[in-house]
Design a protein around this ligand. Structure first.
Ligand code: B4P
Length: 192
């Protein structure tokens, strides 16, 4: 099984590259951001709670996203593998993911981190906000808060996978296809 974690700050291109990876490798795409936006669109209790936090640039509680991922793993027992996009975002989530996969006699193959500077992130997200209507992309202050949440709570997740020798960082600035080619190279090394 190929289980890949795509990692990086908000706007680094995780969602963009995930779409290309699922096409190439026939993997299941698990984006906690998309799952949460789905709950918001359906107006569930979980969605209403998550919306307040997301609109303010904050992370949703660990237990909520871990529960969502666990359900999705159970619902896709025959998958060739998964792309985890935007998850894990805290060390507690990374530990929980290891345990979930271990209970299914599986494991993370590797993490690929996309490196992009703060100014470029802000530019990309504001640009996306013009069309997507996502409230968390519309306001520079909220975007900066998301980047701070990333630096405070999510960046340490890289160390978690570095310790397991499952971490590779690549430059996330360049054309989408150039970056994808680099991701594919790294991914091939994880498959061996
Ligand atoms: P997410 O939905 O995960 O998304 P993201 O971080 O905003 O963006 P991503 O990196 O996927 O960027 P994309 O490819 O779209 O998170 C949203 C919120 O959900 C979080 O703030 C949090 O509140 C909550 N949440 C989600 N998961 C959670 C978790 N596990 N725990 C707690 N809370 C959680 O790219 C962005 C833009 O850049 C696009 O417009 C794209 O076209 C453009 N772009 C991409 N690649 C480019 C390139 N190479 N050059 C130029 N532009 C590029």
């Amino acid at each position: 099984m190929l289980n890949l974690v795509l990692f990086g700050p908000p706007g680094a291109g995780k969602g963009t590259q995930s779409k290309k990876l699922i096409e190439k490798y026939d993997l299941i795409h698990l984006s906690t951001g998309d799952l949460l936006r789905g709950e918001i669109a359906q107006g569930t209790e979980l969605g209403l709670e998550a919306k307040k936090l997301m609109d303010d640039g904050k992370l949703v509680p660990d237990a909520v996203v871990i529960g969502m991922i666990s359900n999705k793993l159970d619902a896709n027992k025959d998958a060739k593998g998964f792309i985890f996009d935007g998850f894990p975002r805290t060390v507690a989530q990374a530990e929980a993911l290891d345990q979930l996969l271990e209970s299914k006699e599986s494991a993370i193959s590797g993490m690929i981190a996309l490196e992009v500077g703060d100014d470029e992130l802000e530019r990309r997200l504001l640009e996306r906000g013009k069309e997507s209507g996502r409230p968390d992309d519309a306001n520079p202050e909220v975007i900066r808060k998301r980047i701070k949440e990333y630096n405070d709570k999510t960046a340490p997740v890289a160390g978690f996978y570095q310790q397991q020798h499952k971490f590779t960082s690549i430059n996330g600035v360049g054309s989408v296809n150039e970056i994808f080619a680099e991701i594919v190279d790294v991914n091939e090394s994880y498959k061996k």
